[in-house]
Design a binder for this molecule. Sequence first.
Ligand SMILES: CCCCCCCCCCCCC[C@@H](O)CC(=O)SCCNC(=O)CCNC(=O)[C@H](O)C(C)(C)COP(=O)(O)OP(=O)(O)OC[C@H]1O[C@@H](n2cnc3c(N)ncnc32)[C@H](O)[C@@H]1OP(=O)(O)O
Length: 241
Amino acid sequence: MGKKTTKQVSGKARPPLGPIVRSWLVFYNAASAVGWAYVLFLFVRHLLYTLPSPTWYEGVYGAVKDPLKAFLPLSLILEVLHAATGLVPSGVVPTALQMSARVFMVWGVAHLVPKIQTTVYISLFVVPWCVAEVTRYPYYVTAVLGIKSEVLLWCRYTLFIVLYPLGMFGEALTMYAALGHIKEGGLHLAGIPLNLQGAFQYYYYFVLVLLLAWMPCWWPIYMHMFRQRKKALGKPSTKDE
Ligand SMILES: CCCCCCCCCCCCC[C@@H](O)CC(=O)SCCNC(=O)CCNC(=O)[C@H](O)C(C)(C)COP(=O)(O)OP(=O)(O)OC[C@H]1O[C@@H](n2cnc3c(N)ncnc32)[C@H](O)[C@@H]1OP(=O)(O)O
């Protein structure tokens, strides 16, 4: 009833954000941007220390693992909570799939399978994650504050076209390579080898099923991003909705 609403990329009309929600989202998005920028910084610093060595990639996981292990599970919970409570108009399912996929890659694959940590595959997904997030979160900060930044808007809804397939293939290759090590009994928890004769032998099948699920789960999210892009960067509609 005469309530002021704004219509945005999500296509959902929603009332303007209150000061507490706005402040929280600015804080959360700014902190996330800093977190991802820090991971990218650790990666670049590692490159500067190790290049042109042909084995530069071996220490990448060691360089970036601590912040990733700490803040990815927290951001999974918060992003899903934001979407589920309507604080942000994101879909709960794509958000939950996207974030749990990342937590799984770090904790369920890289952490548990030490032999995978020194492979080049780690860089194939960590770099696309970082590049996507150092533009996505600053874009959200400007969106929440009502600031228009054409550059951030363009980056948020364009870079994913390349980064998403790259990240997905990096993740899939990592899982595929990890399967071989898991079969050989290369599953470790806190440095202790896990007994593959016991319940942990099922972990091989668990990772295999997820690897097979990656493609069908990834494609709808990628298509979702193209729809968002069309709404964000497409020609403005002349129709008044
Ligand atoms: C053990 C279980 C494991 C299960 C795994 C199952 C398999 C899953 C396979 C998945 C494959 C994943 C591959 C992937 O990991 C590879 C990569 O990520 S590579 C790097 C490139 N990636 C990206 O660019 C994607 C980054 N992620 C996202 O964009 C989101 O997570 C996603 C859910 C995919 C899409 O987000 P969303 O729907 O929210 O789109 P929008 O950004 O357009 O937002 C819509 C509106 O909501 C507002 N919004 C959203 N978040 C915020 C926020 N934090 N603060 C403020 N506002 C926010 C946004 O502004 C839009 O608002 P409006 O409509 O008003 O304009």
